[in-house]
Write a protein that binds this ligand. Structure first.
Ligand code: C5P
Length: 250
């Protein structure tokens, strides 16, 4: 399909790419992070359900550990997922960026809006997903959910050895800083161009779009969209699920 004949972001269906190929070393030894259980259900399944909870999302592409695509496929088959949403599983790469690109390679042409969501953020509320989609559909080429910071942030000259004192070189004004979460939302053509053009190692997809010189906008994120990185985050995630069960009565 040529760019001219592609429907505008306001009309096209939305697909989500979920990179889930990381080892999760900071979480300690064990299965790949996305396959670790939260209240008995793999983190990845929570993340897939969180994205599929949006009625706008009709395709979820899961990027599995390179040697784990079959296992991830059977996990998806074994868990109840919304009927209106299709699922694809592709093997991932060595870096998050490469995993996302492999997911984008599997994206069918009719999807004009793409979300990229970390499997490691299993509890993102549907309202946050929908706010990101809405901003892309309104015309932004790239959208990030973001939260103000509680801590003051310092830029340092990193020490050669972990634990050594590090000279502080700057203190950015906290009121202008945001902690950025996922799902990040994109106009499809923009994200594909960013992945074709930018080769620097980056930690999120929106910064690749910034490098193209395009404007990325931030919408309010949510504290429950935190990334499960360290062992304590697993405890917090299970506490959030317990609170939801109490509130929802199931
Ligand atoms: O390592 P980090 O926490 O930044 O990973 C963010 C997300 O990217 C995780 O969901 C992880 O599974 C995914 N990832 C990936 N392929 C890699 C490395 C990370 O899909 N090679």
């Amino acid at each position: 399909m040529s760019d001219e004949s592609r429907p505008s972001p306001a009309q096209t269906p939305v697909a989500a790419v979920i990179p889930a190929a990381g080892r999760g070393v900071r979480l300690g030894p064990g299965a790949p992070k996305a396959l670790r259980a939260l209240n008995g259900t793999p983190m990845l399944i929570h993340a897939v359900r969180a994205l599929a909870a949006s009625r706008h999302v009709s395709l979820v592409i899961v990027v599995a550990p390179p040697d784990g695509a079959a296992e991830v496929k059977s996990l998806l088959d074994a868990h109840a997922l919304p009927e209106r949403t299709d699922f694809l599983v592709v093997p991932g790469g060595d870096t998050r960026q490469e995993s996302v690109r492999l997911g984008l390679d599997a994206l069918p042409p009719e999807y004009g809006v793409v979300l990229v969501h970390d499997a490691a953020r299993p509890l993102v509320p549907v309202d946050t997903v929908d706010a990101v989609i809405e901003a892309v559909r309104a015309g932004a080429p790239a959208v990030v959910p973001a939260l103000p910071l509680a801590d003051t942030v310092k830029e340092v000259e990193p020490a050669a050895e972990a634990g050594e004192p590090e000279p502080v070189v700057a203190t950015p004004e906290r009121a202008r800083l945001r902690a950025v979460q996922t799902p990040q939302g994109f106009d499809r053509a923009t994200l594909i161009r960013a992945h074709e053009t930018v080769t620097d190692n980056v930690t999120d997809d929106a910064s690749m779009v910034e490098q193209l010189g395009l404007t990325v906008v931030a919408v309010p994120g949510h504290e429950e969209a935190f990334k499960v990185t360290r062992p304590l985050d697993l405890v917090l995630a299970e506490a959030v699920l317990a609170r939801r069960r109490l509130n929802d009565g199931f």
